[in-house]
Structures are given as structure tokens and as C-alpha cells.
Design a protein around this ligand. Sequence first.
Ligand SMILES: Nc1ncnc2c1ncn2[C@@H]1O[C@H](COP(=O)(O)OP(=O)(O)OP(=O)(O)O)[C@@H](O)[C@H]1O
Ligand SMILES: [Mg+2]
Length: 353
Amino acid sequence: MSHHDQAMRRHFHQAAARRGFSVAPAQEAAVARLSRLAAELARPAWTFPRPPRDLYVWGPVGRGKSWLVDTFYEGLPAGRKRRLHFHDFFRRLHDGVTRPGARHDGQSAVDSALDELIGDSRVLVFDEFHAHDAGDAMLIARLFPTLLDRRITLVTTSNYPPAGLMPDPLYHHLFEPTIKLIEERMDVLDVSGPVDFRRLAAPPSEAGGRRFATGLCLPPGDSALEALGLGVPAPAEATTVPAHRRELPARAVRGELVWFAFDALCETTTAVPDYLALAERFDTLVLDGVPPLAEASTDGRQRFANLVDVACDRDVRLVLIGSDPLASLPDGQAQVRDLDRTASRLAMLRRAD
Ligand SMILES: Nc1ncnc2c1ncn2[C@@H]1O[C@H](COP(=O)(O)OP(=O)(O)OP(=O)(O)O)[C@@H](O)[C@H]1O
Ligand SMILES: [Mg+2]
């Protein structure tokens, strides 16, 4: 075992100890493989005919996938590494390909957008790979072969095994070539242990100082809201807030806090780039009028799930006022797989007792 391999293993164990846990049995293979990758990346690139093999780490929610790849990333030497969230990667790629003045001869527009995103990195960490709608799936299918052919090692996480990507039976076959490519070209690591660590998580005050973990989920009029300075906005506080290429109507902006009605954010045609823009500007997002999720529209539910994803990833504090979305999660239906992850994240928010 090389020096770099050992150093990365030690880094994993120390990072776990700092947060008060230890590497779980289901994570050990991933720790070993990521440590080996760190050693491979420590060799000069010219000593390789090809970059080290790509990794695909998958498992259900809360198994520590993001923790594993983030810890790996932190443990690598500075420079020549990139980490992008799936949504962000595609937002930037899409903007690059469709930007006015971008070359419109298809493949080369993709190539120059990728050049910009990858730069001279040797490793690209790409959290939460998934393909839920046909548009994303087609873009990934078009892009992925080019990405895999780059002299870069891809490390990605997903809630799905490769064969489970693009679950919609209508489009699944369009994604099969990409699945085949992933299975051939990437080392697939399953970290499906028995425990969703997020559900075991320490109370918010001890959850590693993450802002997201200080969020709340309360019924309207709860006395805690007033006590926290979250009084109902006056009509005069209503304003608009810039999002991605649009303005959104907010009930209030108070410093780093923005307050929306659920319908204004989730029941209109907003999308992930809007949530990312909000997350860049604000550190607290209040949503009132939150319905039981079973009563939201299918799109509304999906937008809410994406919003929770972005808030968790960008560490934005969420304050949900209304019904507890978790209390009424529909059971055993097709959409539960998506809501699983939302539920695991929302379980971190403090509720009224
Ligand atoms: N071995 C472990 N023991 C206890 N807690 C852990 C362990 N590994 C990770 N965690 C913690 O569990 C929580 C969830 O981990 P993480 O966010 O990495 O899950 P995930 O697999 O990425 O979930 P998702 O699929 O929802 O993105 C984090 O707070 C993380 O620090
Ligand atoms: Mg994750």
C-alpha cells in the first residue's frame, strides 16, 4: 500500500472521528477504493496511458455517499480537482451549449462547454447522478461518452444502481446505451448498508454546524415563529427577487432571509436554476402555506423535492410553515423513490413538539 493510499485512509478515519462516528462496514470498500484512487492520482499524469478508472458510488439515501466523496475530495491536494453538484453541472453545461455565440455544431459546443467546466482538473466529483426527465436523460446520453473520453477521472454518487437510472419505462430504453457505458467504464461500488445515518443524526445544535440542520417545520401561528423573529410579513414587505433569468414574487426579504408562499415557488414554473440562484443570495428560505405533499400537484411535489435538495446541498436553512410534508407522504406509490430522499433530508428539521 502506498504512502498516499494510507494517508487517505487515515484522513477518512480522522474525518469520521471528528464528527463522532466511525466508518461503517458498508463504507469500507468505498474508503479502500477511494484511497487507492488518491494514490493513483498522486502519480504524474504522463506515467499513465489512461487516467485512473472512474467510480460510481451508489446506495439509498443517507448512507454517507456525499460524505465519502466530499471527504475524499478534501483529502486530495489542492488544485486540479473539481466538485460539482449534478444540477449545477447540467445548468452550466446547458448554459454553455445554448449561450448566444456558442458554436452550434452540436458536438463541438458540448466540447467547449466541457473544456470550460473541467479546465485542467484530473478528477471531477459529481454528486447525485440521476436522470428523471427525458430532457436530462437525452443531454446526459449525448454528453457522457465525451466526458468519459476526457483525460479525467469521474467520481460520481447516485441513489440508483446504473441499471436503475432513468426509471421511467417510457424512456428507459433511450438510456440503455449510457447504462452500458457506465457498467463497462466505471467501477461500481454499492454502499447500501442497513442504516440511513441521517435518521440517526444528532440534534441540530450538534449536527456539525450545518445551517440546513437548523431548519424548522412548524404549523402556522406557532409561538416559536414569533420568538425567532419570524413574524408574518406585512403586505408592504412584498417584493420581487431575482432568480435565474426571472423575477419571483416574495412575501418578504429581511437581510439574508427570503420568504415565499409555497405556491409562488413550487406551484409555478420554477426550476432548479432558480433555487440555485436563491441559494447563492440567501441563507434562510421561509416557505409558508406548505400543504401536505399528497395534496400538491405532481410537478409541485417534484419542485419541492428539488428545492430541498438544493437547500441541503448549499446549506440553506429552510423554515417550512404549514402542514408537515412528511406526515402525509403517500406510501407505496411510484413517486416514493423520489420522496425518500426528501424525507431523509426533512427529517433533520426541528418540529413542533
Ligand atoms: N459511518 C457513518 N456513521 C454515522 N453517520 C454517518 C456515517 N457516514 C456518514 N454519516 C453522516 O450521515 C449523514 C448523511 O450522509 P450523506 O449526506 O453523505 O448521505 P448520502 O448517502 O449522500 O444521502 P443522499 O442519497 O440523500 O444524498 C451525514 O450527516 C453524514 O455525516
Ligand atoms: Mg448525498
